[in-house]
Design a protein around this ligand. Structure first.
Ligand code: GDP
Ligand code: IMO
Ligand code: MG
Length: 425
């Protein structure tokens, strides 16, 4: 019966992939509904590491329907590479992967334009063409998956778009222009390889829900990177919040049962933008090394900081979390005192809510509550009762502040390094 949406509660890389992989066992369908190959979801199964970018993390289980919904922006080249890598590792893709007819395609000109615009105004994007592709979608100039099956339509769209893009590349950016014919034949080649996956996936998903199947929606990025609710303009270009699952998969809000927020036990951020609780000293580096906090997509070092309950409160509200999964608790082992941000100081005022004004957020300094750390290792603990008392107190503090139940605690990279306090489905 349940449908469950998994959402990153911070700035991405919370460990969504691991939790999705874990919950897939009990699900029949796993659906990506936004973002693209800017995502990097790491899953470790039996010492083998997999990084999923576009394909739902459910693919590592046998016979689960994995769906790329209409809200995703899909780079065919990246997808084909991912398919190839997974097949080489023995993962079965055919009969398990389905792609929405109406998801938009990332084109080489999206990547070329982003390359240039990042030089002028740096957001610190993944340079995968995500923003320009969503721009074309909203401007109604986009190329959709289904266009691959209509060569004339595809050709005309590429031609019309390149007229503008090449003008900009040449005259505004003084950069190399792109060749229309080359892109067209490249995409006809992709069409041949990908056509078997194209389907009316919105109908499939709705039928599955109506037939009592368990459907899991896998969010990418995080709430504070949401185009509307994040730290704009230092955000990604899609709705990463739970509501995005409905528009990005073609499912009514009436059909969503559970929404689980994935919360890393501390905070990380990749790219530019404000980050009030960032730790800029040696401890930040220590957490980065221990937590392996390097981008799964770009390899960039992730900025590390303390847990920020102001941001998380905002996140819990806009998503309506029915439960929370705390990840990477083990990375905090051995830290003497743990800071948790409970408010922001802005000039002489105290803010309890996450400000919408970037100008304010940039000037906020965190107000911390200090909690005692623990020396014992929590790595691999599977039973809540075996956690050190101070770890339990840390978790309780989060639960009390957010007023949402912590249902899952992750204590390591591997599938079974997990505590289930309350099964969330
Ligand atoms: P995602 O983008 O939200 O799926 O997260 P990433 O995969 O980009 O980053 C999370 C990283 O932390 C990955 O390398 C995971 O394997 C790892 N990870 C997830 N949960 C845990 C945990 O509880 N403990 C530890 N040590 N690593 C974890
Ligand atoms: P997962 O799903 C962390 C960040 C980029 C940049 C901003 C905009 O693995 O959590 P974009 O290329 O999307 O236009 O870049 O968003 N970003 C992520 N940060 N995890 C991600 O995905 C991210 N996807 C994009 O670093 O700051
Ligand atoms: Mg990631």
């Amino acid at each position: 019966m349940p449908t469950v949406v998994i959402i990153g509660a911070q700035w991405g890389d919370e460990g969504k992939g691991k939790i999705v992989d874990f919950l897939t066992e009990k699900c029949d369908y796993v659906v990506r509904f936004q973002g693209g190959c800017n995502a990097g979801h790491t899953v470790v199964v039996d010492d083998e590491k997999y990084i999923l970018h576009l394909i739902p993390s459910g693919i590592l289980h046998k016979n689960k329907k994995c769906i790329i919904g209409n809200g995703v922006v899909l780079d065919p080249e990246s997808l084909l590479k991912e398919i190839d890598t997974l097949i080489k590792k023995g993962v079965e893709i055919d009969n398990n992967l389905y792609i929405a007819k109406h998801c938009h395609l990332i084109m080489p000109y999206h990547i070329a334009i982003e390359e240039q615009s990042e030089k002028k105004k740096k957001i610190g994007t993944t340079k995968k063409g995500i923003g320009p592709c969503y721009t074309d979608k909203i401007a109604r100039n986009g190329v959709r998956m289904i266009d691959l099956l209509y060569p004339e339509v595809l050709k005309n769209k590429i031609q019309a778009n390149l007229e503008i893009i090449n003008f900009l590349l040449k005259n505004l950016y003084n950069a190399e222009t792109l060749d229309e014919q080359k892109i067209f034949s490249q995409y006809m080649d992709y069409a041949e390889k990908l056509k078997k996956y194209i389907d009316d996936v919105d109908i499939m998903i709705n039928n599955a829900i109506d037939n009592g199947k368990n459907v899991l929606f896998e969010g990418a990025q995080g709430t504070l990177l949401d185009i509307d609710h994040g730290t704009y303009p230092y955000v990604t270009s899609s709705n990463t919040v739970a509501g995005g699952a409905c528009t990005g998969a073609g499912v009514s809000p009436k059909k969503i049962n559970k929404i689980i927020g994935i919360v890393k036990a501390y905070t990380t951020r990749v790219g530019e933008g404000p980050f009030p609780t960032e730790i800029k000293d040696e401890l930040g580096e220590q957490i980065r090394q221990k937590g392996g906090e390097f981008g799964a997509t770009t390899g960039r070092p992730r900025r590390c900081g303390w847990l920020d309950l102001v941001g998380l409160k905002h996140s819990a509200r806009v998503n309506g979390f029915t439960g929370i999964a705390i990840t990477k608790l083990d990375i905090l082992d051995g830290i003497d005192k743990l800071k948790v941000c409970v408010g922001y100081k802005y000039g002489n005022t105290v803010l309890e809510e996450f400000p919408k004004e970037l100008e304010i957020l940039e000037k906020c300094t965190p107000i911390y509550e200090e909690l005692p750390g623990w020396n014992e290792s929590t790595k691999g603990i599977k039973d809540y009762d075996n956690l050190p008392d101070n770890a339990k107190k840390y978790l309780q503090f989060i639960e009390d502040s957010l007023k949402v139940k912590i249902q899952i605690i992750s204590t390591g990279q591997k599938r079974d390094e997990i505590i289930i306090k309350e099964f969330p489905l």
